[in-house]
Design a protein around this ligand. Sequence first.
Ligand code: NDP
Length: 326
Amino acid sequence: MVKAIRIHELGGPEVMKWEDIELGDPKDGEIRVKNKAIGVNFIDVYFRKGVYKAAAIPFTPGMEAVGVVTAVGPGLTGRQVGDIVAYAGTPMGSYAEEQILPADKVVPVPSSIDPCVAASVMLKGMTAQFLLCRCFKVERGHTILVHAAAGGVGSLLCQWANALGATVIGTVSTKEKAAQAKEDGCHHVIVSKEENFVERVTEITSGEGVEVVYDSVGKDTFEGSLACLKIRGHLVSFGQSSGAPDPVPLSALAVKSLFLTRPSLMQYTAKRDELLEAAGEVFANIATGVLRVRVNHKYPLSQASQAHFDLEGRKTTGSVVLIPDG
Ligand code: NDP
């Protein structure tokens, strides 16, 4: 038996229960991993609320963790007991002391990287990688807009985009978050509760607009994000922390010949070589100091509901990590 967070009914943070679960032994192609640090992501909130559907209920949430291999499936080569590995994505179930994972979904973690840092960059860091380097290729001279610039993904996006030579405009909700976004390389920070971000972007870009908007907020920002784009600009709508955006008619894109994409990390790391390349780039950027990962919030695993409460309540900045109790 191991301890895990279980969700028996969809709803608020209080539906997350701390329970014993039977784990069993790893089968062919699988490993058993004892988690050292678990990343909390907004996607966990979507699953808890039922915005995204879990395959079955009850379920253990969580899609990002780092741990030590404690057992390997029969005949498995390439992984051994004692390896430190990390993973992001499916299968869900990282809010647990231990979990069973397909061996081909994990990557080795360099020993120089702290487990809390690694557990903050598998999902969030690889998302920054695919958004900036593959979904739309940010280059020197581009001006980009990043919403929720002080958040987990946002903080990494701003640091990385700055290093790529882009002019980075970020939106945040408070002055405190603005200070962090500035430190993370935002050249212009817009405090959305005080300023109209479309007007400010128009002003900053002298009416031209930005090459790309990375919009993870959704409902509250989507329309404004379209308005911030320059001719032939790209709207990358990759999340919906404020709710799903309203449907958009194609004619809304025709006005400026815009591009719109709704990408997911899973499709950008589905192949093993893509996964290794994305993780490798993230780890390399940590080693060279391009990314200074902010692990701003740590909670005991059993207190995951408090972590969700704070994340949804816009109280967090940078990464949120759960540490297995004891
Ligand atoms: P964040 O740390 O960014 O937290 C969410 C932030 O969104 C808040 O801090 C807040 O920042 C902002 N926000 C704006 N409106 C709301 C609202 N109504 N309720 C709550 N928050 C709001 O979370 P993550 O880094 O974990 O994830 C960021 C986004 O990226 C999420 O939308 C997530 O789904 C998406 N994502 C998508 C992936 C993909 O593959 N498509 C992969 C990974 C993440 P502020 O107060 O400054 O406005």
